[in-house]
Design a binder for this molecule. Structure first.
Ligand SMILES: Cc1cc2nc3c(=O)[nH]c(=O)nc-3n(C[C@H](O)[C@H](O)[C@H](O)COP(=O)(O)OP(=O)(O)OC[C@H]3O[C@@H](n4cnc5c(N)ncnc54)[C@H](O)[C@@H]3O)c2cc1C
Length: 386
């Protein structure tokens, strides 16, 4: 196995070569759609029997603040379908640790609620349908261990830097979203309740103390029962992990690594779908155009990741008084989208603080990326030269 000192080039597929993608999450399916739209033959391998297996029927927020352009327009520009059920969320209620209420209200949607998982109206099913319509072959129950030819690795998180735990349920509650920022409910994170058209998700999103998750879930449920008259029927427990990091190399051999497998995700609050879709499209385009994926993602993804890591460092350090100040700032803001977007933009303070925050926020993933030229592992364990 030979080592390469710089970036490993993306393997450019021959015109008739089948490009293989490991993982049918948003990142893998976006890459597949982008390649198929350019007339390439694509085969997606999915470990599970259906898309979105790890999410069940989770409700998630497709954030609409990090870019001025609306997220749905951004999807359209990338050629990605928006034909999934969605609820535009312009207003919601936040609570602090003393039950004080902060109403937030914006003219534009702050995010869109979407369903994840295999359901007929979910984001994952819409992406799958678009891929299949374009002639992509999707092979379920297919675990990829090695990729020999041209391909993209999109197999999701490999470690837990944060967890979100709680329930999915049916409800007669009105549509909406509510969140509580209180370390007693969600250490260094936030507890949230989302309702869309008779379905709900309640979670504590924790960045530490994972072993105590049951206690935090119970406190979260009790708090929402007290504050907003939470009503759950047919509740099913659900939880999942998030993995954040800025990888040294987002390549494994000649294969671009995308989405959460690479570690791309909003380190502040765990919004990963847009990163997954952006990086999937970026990798596919780099393959089509023969450009350097690692260079592209350094320029287009790492800046916002770095800012989010600084935000995370500050958020974790400030605790309940800091969360309160943040919520007050949002509630008093005339343009909440713009106020949030500002948080994600680099400034001299954040750039200065970044090395410290990177030291403070150490991802839990200990394995090393491989930049061996001829490595074929889907998740490489043989790299050691970084
Ligand atoms: C509980 C929870 C709540 C969340 N809420 C939000 C939210 O509100 N907003 C937001 O933006 N983000 C949210 N996220 C994060 C977001 O869901 C992820 O960042 C996003 O799904 C990552 O997409 P991906 O394609 O990289 O990985 P995934 O969606 O994990 O897809 C990877 C796929 O690869 C498959 N796979 C794994 N190994 C193999 C293999 N060897 N061979 C073949 N296939 C394989 C998996 O089965 C899976 O289908 C949340 C995450 C969790 C866990």
């Amino acid at each position: 196995m030979t080592k390469k000192s710089g970036n490993t080039p993306v393997k450019i597929p021959g015109k008739d070569e089948v490009i293989e993608i490991a993982g049918a999450g948003p990142s893998g399916l976006t890459a597949a759609i982008t390649l198929a739209q350019a007339g390439r033959k694509v085969l997606v391998h999915e470990l599970h029997k259906e898309v979105g297996y790890r999410f069940g029927r989770d409700l998630q927020g497709l954030e609409n603040w990090t870019t001025e352009q609306n997220v749905l327009d951004a999807f359209t520009d990338l050629g990605i379908t928006t034909d999934f059920e969605k609820l535009a969320c312009r207003r919601g209620i936040l609570f602090d640790s003393k039950d004080r209420v902060y109403e937030i209200n914006d003219k534009e949607p702050l995010f869109y609620l979407v369903e994840r998982g295999p359901g007929p109206h979910s984001l994952d099913s819409a992406l799958l349908t678009q891929a299949l319509d374009l002639g992509v072959e999707v092979r379920f129950n297919s675990r990829v261990k090695h990729l020999e030819g041209a391909g993209i690795l999109a197999t999701g998180p490999k470690a837990a830097d944060a967890i979100a735990v709680g329930y999915h349920f049916d409800t007669d509650m009105e549509n909406g979203f509510w969140a509580i920022c209180d370390n007693k409910l969600a250490p260094q994170g936030y507890a949230y309740l989302l309702v869309m058209n008779g379905r709900g998700t309640i979670k504590t999103c924790m960045f530490t103390n994972f072993k105590q998750e049951k206690i935090y879930v119970a406190r979260t449920v009790a708090a929402f029962e007290r504050l907003v008259d939470l009503r759950m029927e047919n509740q099913q427990p659900h939880g999942g992990v998030g993995n954040f990091r800025i990888p040294k190399w987002a390549m494994s051999g000649n294969h671009p690594v995308v989405g959460e497998q690479a570690g791309f995700q909003d380190t502040l609050w765990g919004f990963g779908m847009r990163y997954a879709i952006r990086s999937g499209a970026l990798a596919a385009n780099s393959m089509l155009e023969g450009t350097d994926y690692d260079e592209l993602r350094r320029n287009q993804i790492d800046v916002s990741m770095k800012t989010a890591i600084v935000n995370r460092g500050l958020y974790s350090l400030l605790g309940n008084p800091g969360y309160r100040a943040f919520m007050r700032m949002l509630a008093n803001s005339k343009n909440i989208r713009a106020a949030l977007r500002k948080q994600y933009q680099p400034n001299w303070f954040k750039l200065l603080f970044a090395p410290l925050a990177l030291l403070y926020f150490k991802g839990r993933r200990k394995d090393k990326n491989c930049h061996h030229v001829n490595c074929t592992c889907v998740w490489c364990r043989c790299g050691g030269a970084i």
